[in-house]
Design a binder for this molecule. Structure first.
Ligand SMILES: [Fe+2]
Ligand SMILES: [Fe+2]
Length: 362
């Protein structure tokens, strides 16, 4: 009895005797065979598949045998085809194999030749199918992992953005608390930190470092929290002793901020400590000069003073742009790092755009 899961073979042969001979051998070994006598009939039967194997012999029309082979391989790439032929020339056999025949039997053949060729063809097709499904499984796994990885990256980015926002909010809250105790008013810290980031970008800082600077710079005067109101808000001129107290705010700010190893706060501590140092060494609190002043402090100093000069303060009116730039230019090599002042002058349009975007309220 033929099993229903036995391989299903379509035998295509224009010679009825050979057709029957092929089928007899295969059926004797459990194959289910159907027999057709032409390529046209074979095509119709193939369309009503599925089939496990085609054994094809078109002795009378070798040309159409090869084109049937090519056609079948194209339409059913996973279906193995074994060619049977009386043609013994090597060229035809080679062409058949190149066109994708899984085996080639020459006549006259013995039953076992047919069985070996059929078994081999089926075995190879099974291996190829296993290979295909293994590859599909791997591809599926890679796709799933990629999706999972992408989701993780997105989650991390989201969390990082949230953290950055909360750090920025904390910094701004702290800066606002100081602002209430300061003669510097309104949006000074917003403008100053944006000039700082802008100039740092032109100096060569990466985008990420500029962003960190923009968030850290608002804390430059945090140390003023330790300066008594009587001194901070004194309307007239300060005594030397009072000015000495004011001059403690960079170091005080540094001490407040330097308790953390977080890059943002390390940077903020550096700016707080060095934004009143001068290029010529006559600044405070440490009298650092030239390159000994960290570049972040040198940039913040230019940004801070520029905004103080061009804005109205309780002790002075707002200076014109021309006069402000004169102050900055005069400070090259004395108050300021000349290279930073050059950057300010070169990009004054962008600096002024920030100034106009964040105007002080009256
Ligand atoms: Fe300051
Ligand atoms: Fe300031």
């Amino acid at each position: 009895m033929v099993q229903t899961d036995a391989p299903r073979v379509l035998i295509v042969d224009d010679d009825e005797q050979v057709r029957l001979l092929l089928a007899e051998g295969l059926r004797g070994h459990g194959y289910r065979c159907e027999l057709v006598g032409s390529a046209d009939a074979a095509e119709r039967r193939l369309a009503a598949g599925p089939w496990d194997l085609v054994v094809c012999d078109l002795e009378a029309h070798p040309e159409s045998g090869l084109s049937f082979l090519a056609d079948t391989r194209r339409r059913y790439p996973k279906l193995p085809v074994v060619m049977v032929s009386g043609v013994t020339d090597v060229a035809t056999a080679t062409t058949a194999l190149q066109l994708g025949a899984s085996g080639y039997i020459t006549k006259p053949f013995e039953e076992h030749h047919v069985l070996i060729a059929a078994d081999n063809a089926l075995h190879r097709a099974r291996l190829e199918a296993e290979n295909d499904s293994y590859r599909a499984l791997l591809e599926q796994m890679v796709r799933e992992r990629t999706v999972a990885l992408r989701a993780t990256v997105e989650r991390l980015e989201e969390r990082e953005a949230q953290l950055r926002m909360s750090s920025e909010d904390t910094v701004k809250a702290l800066a606002r608390a100081i602002e209430g105790r300061d003669v510097e008013t309104g949006l000074h810290i917003e403008r100053m930190s944006r000039y700082t980031a802008l100039l740092a970008g032109y100096y060569g800082f990466s985008e990420a470092d500029c962003e960190l600077l923009r968030i850290a710079a608002p804390m430059h005067d945090v140390g003023k929290i330790g300066v008594p109101d009587g001194i901070l808000f004194k309307p007239g001129a300060l005594s030397v002793a009072e000015y000495d107290v004011i001059k403690q705010h960079p170091e005080l700010g540094y001490e407040i901020l330097a308790k953390s190893e977080q890059p943002l706060l390390v940077l903020a501590a550096t700016i707080a400590r060095t934004h009143h140092e001068r290029w010529d060494g006559n600044g405070y609190p440490h009298g650092l000069a030239g390159d000994a002043i960290p570049i972040e402090g040198r940039i913040a100093a230019v940004a801070d003073v520029f905004d103080a000069v061009i804005s109205r303060r309780c002790y002075k009116p707002a200076y014109s742009l021309e006069r402000t730039l004169q102050v900055m230019t005069d400070g090259r090599g004395t108050s300021f790092d000349g290279a930073i002042v050059e950057l300010l002058l070169d990009h004054i349009d962008e600096v002024m755009a920030i100034q106009e975007q964040y105007p002080d309220e009256d």
